[in-house]
Design a protein around this ligand. Sequence first.
Ligand code: BG6
Length: 470
Amino acid sequence: MEYKQTKKFPDDFFWGGSTSAYQVEGAYAEDGKGLSVQDTKKVTDSTTDFKVASDHYHHYKEDIALFAEMGFKAYRFSIAWTRIIPDGDGEVNPKGIEFYQKLIDECRANQIEPIVTMFHFDLPDALQKKGGWSNKEVANAFVRYAEVLFTSFGDQVNYWLTINEQNMMILHGAAIGTTNSKATNVKKDLYQQNHYMLVAQAKVMKLCHEMCPNAKIGPAPNISEVYPATADPKDFIAAQNLNAIRNWLYLDIAVYGRYNPIAWSYLEDRDLLPEIEEGDMEILKEAKPDFIAFNYYNTSTAAYSSLDDQVVGPTDGDQQIELGEKGVYKAVYNPYLKRTNFNWEIDPVGFRATLRSVYERYALPIIITEDGLGEFDQLEADGTVNDHYRIDYLRDEIREMKHAIADGVKVFGFCPWSAIDLVSTHSGVKKRYGFVYVDRDEFDLKELKRIRKNSFFWYQQVINSNGENL
Ligand code: BG6
């Protein structure tokens, strides 16, 4: 739809940026922090580990000052479970509480709303050794950890996100480094983990409403609208299949407390059904999110696949590169879209389409907690970083988000990935996303100096004009 009149962003719109603890903080074993699965995972020889990252743990004041200079109204960060409870389910570490207290205070002192993710891929390694999310006790430990967070910060944090990209941990755990390699049937085990996480999430949302009546809470999956490869009705069914398995399975449970019927039939037919204990469905039904947070990078495109297909997509996928599954869908590249240097498709119009779909289905306010362009940025000899490609990318995304608002979608914030450079999930520091350049290489830490990229100044004037000057 093209409108004759445009709509403006709401005056109290949360312009901001995102990070996650293990990708930005460093100080991986400092002040009593326990190790997480991200600290113990094997990274490839060509990429750095997460030990130092951007050293935000020691630079947080300087970083928040830079976010404030850009005009951030919100900062979405995650709390490392292993700083708060080093072994996941034992003693609380006061130093961990202290760090996040200081971070929240610093945000507040700069009029920045903290938007806090409780769990972003960094399960305590001690819990992984007990079976990770395949063990129901770990889900209970998550609920206890949430209780500690609500007790410590419940009167200061107004927006909580439960689990970052649960759907990607289930579908692309290998790329993210969260798969349980000890399971005998890895896929079935993953859907059991998924169920435990969903029940834990529901308990945590309910607990939040009981303990922090002024706070709001929501899930934070990675959502990509799925296009059919052609107008062939069979391709349309394939697109619906992927939509159900990739997107709606997770949000239908979070919002309506029920398994998506198409996803359920798929799990049943492929012998992947999780064990559901008595009372679980009631718990799922009782919990209600206040909003939906989702991460968007691009859309997916699906074609019909028969059970006899041998090749259904690339052999190596990740959060934004689908793998395909025979009899379900073939993953194909969309010929209308360009791709980044990391092979991720770029689809700003798909952002509008995804926002529309999510709002039409769930009618809950939406905040975008990730979106961005990972590229090989270059620090020039004169100390500048001319990331014009990132400006172009974000300009198009914001323009389409504005169209979605004109469509009637209630979007209350945009926190692109990432506020500052950090370590990518599996591509090291060379895949940069930030508005602020952190001067370090893959293996040479240099001085970790913070440098404003060109996108920093561009985003500053976007925020200053409340999204009018793109
Ligand atoms: C999201 C994750 O999937 O995408 C982030 O929540 C991640 O943790 C981001 O960094 C970008 O992905 P990548 O693989 O380029 O780091």
